[in-house]
Design a protein around this ligand. Structure first.
Ligand code: FES
Length: 330
């Protein structure tokens, strides 16, 4: 995530997988499917909070993260909206072309890197494209609790707004912004300025929209702003230059030398260290790891400046070490 960032990110280590099967698969468009996962055993699925996501374990040891669309009040299933990525690493292509109703899927316990500030006086949700999925979950949750909210749903055209049917219950709390009807992407500055100062703003969508959101928030002095990225930002600091350093695994007191080739996450996985992982782009939070000592060179898109300074988390899929040694709490 880009600044301004959520100040409440909680990237929790993944604990277990749940056996599920695909109860329903809907094709909403040539590029978007919605799947509903239900338990494959007698055990209910783990509950979740609004804004959470789960990882799916796919063939070839691929793991992909997807936001939960259904309200936490209806956690008997997990509903996920999946965009066919144009330049993905094959996960969405597999799900779009191979997955069928009745198929088994392993889903992680839900994690939440985009939590809702529930006591807020007002919540404004701004979604672009597939970024609607976590915001749909939030909107459903807030509506179920009769909390004040407004959802802005932006898409290139009405035809591209394939989640419109899910939003009908919001009534006047929904504003649709279609590029082809509005003459381009929405101008977020007046849109944000129209809401009272105590509002919490949430934005999820394509990188340019999140960058525009960040800029508008900075101009308006908005601090209660939360974003979730589905892919790396054009304004993220970029990849690390290759440089080596020692990595100490605190639990086993093992010292490894990382030569700077590939990501630190890949190096740890190759070294036999089990670390949950998903996007490999620093945006899903799956690989969040606690640092015991050493100066981290943060390159992720989800930790806030506050977290970088005051928490001990790092995302080893994109981040590294500024010094000669990094000690990890694993
Ligand atoms: S694997 Fe997604 S943040 Fe590291």
């Amino acid at each position: 995530m880009n600044a301004p960032l959520s100040d409440t990110t909680t990237a929790l280590p993944q604990a277990a997988w749940q056996s599920t099967f695909v109860n329903r698969l809907q094709r909403r468009s040539s590029r978007v499917i919605v799947i509903e996962l239900v338990p494959a055993t007698a055990l209910p699925l783990a509950g979740f909070t609004a804004g959470a996501h789960v990882d799916l374990a796919l063939p070839d040891a691929r793991v992909r993260s997807y936001s939960l669309m259904n309200a936490p009040e209806h956690a008997r299933c997990y509903q996920l909206g999946i965009l066919l990525a144009a330049e993905g690493r094959g996960g969405s292509h597999y799900l779009h072309t191979q997955l069928r109703e009745g198929d088994s899927l392993q889903a992680s316990l839900p994690r939440n890197a985009f939590p809702l500030h529930e006591p807020a006086e007002n919540s404004v949700l701004i979604a672009g494209g597939i970024g609607i999925t976590p915001l749909l979950c939030m909107a459903r949750h807030l509506a179920a609790r009769q909390r004040p909210l407004h959802l802005y749903y932006s898409a290139r055209s009405r035809q591209d707004a394939v989640f419109l049917q899910d939003l009908t219950p919001l009534g006047n709390a929904l504003t649709c912004l279609f590029d082809d009807e509005c003459g381009g992407p929405p101008d977020l500055l007046p849109l944000l300025a129209a809401h009272p100062p105590a509002t919490h703003f949430y934005c999820c969508g394509p990188g340019p929209m999140l960058d525009a959101f960040g800029l508008a928030c900075r101009r308006l002095g908005i601090t209660r702003a939360h974003v979730e990225r589905f892919s790396a930002s054009s304004r993220l600091p970029g990849s690390l230059p290759p440089r080596g350093y020692d990595v100490v695994l605190a639990h086993s007191r093992t010292r490894l030398h990382y030569d700077g080739q590939g990501s630190l996450l890949d190096f740890l996985l190759r070294s036999g260290v089990a670390i949950p992982n998903g996007c490999h782009q620093g945006v899903c939070g799956s690989c969040a790891t606690r640092v015991v000592s050493g100066e981290v060179d943060h390159r992720d898109g989800i930790l806030s400046e506050h977290e970088r300074q005051h928490s001990s988390l790092m995302l080893p899929c994109v981040s590294g070490c500024r010094g000669t040694q990094l000690e990890l709490d694993i």
